[in-house]
Design a protein around this ligand. Structure first.
Ligand SMILES: [Zn+2]
Length: 140
């Protein structure tokens, strides 16, 4: 599974418990709820002035919707929230050790290095999803 729509759907439905949404000509814009103009596999939202490629927000690629996921996870009960923060640190430190000399010093510093996909993967870990099946490209 790649970063993108399939992962976004997994995060929405399994990660933060949103209802399953079919992607069809009736599906509204996930950001503003407006009716969209469909063209084959994508749709144009004239309110947001953007193309949409699926019924869910781009959690794995855009930090703004990813941050909504983070806020949901931060609202979980203590044990789950703690597990989420631990998973987030694991995901981030795994990525950083592969690509850069950065070191994680303390939790607040982790936020500096967060990628949208890190939040997605950490949430899925807490929900018991095997994230090794998710193919995450390393940044240059
Ligand atoms: Zn919109």
């Amino acid at each position: 599974m790649k970063v993108g729509r399939e992962l976004d759907a997994l995060v929405a439905e399994e990660g933060i418990g949103l209802p399953k949404v079919e992607w069809n000509k009736e599906t509204p814009c996930p950001y503003c709820g407006s009716e969209m103009h469909y063209l084959v596999a994508r749709a144009w939202c004239s309110v947001c002035s953007e193309w949409r490629y699926g019924p869910h927000k781009e959690y794995s690629e855009d930090i703004a919707p990813a941050w909504e996921v983070h806020k949901v996870a931060c609202g979980w009960i203590f044990s789950q929230r703690r597990e989420y923060l631990h998973a987030l640190q694991q995901v981030v430190s795994g990525r950083l050790s592969l690509e850069s000399p950065h070191k994680l010093v303390a939790w607040p510093d982790v936020l500096v290095f967060l990628e949208p996909v890190d939040i997605c993967l950490a949430v899925l870990v807490v929900k018991g999803i095997d994230i090794d099946a998710v193919d995450v490209p390393l940044r240059p």
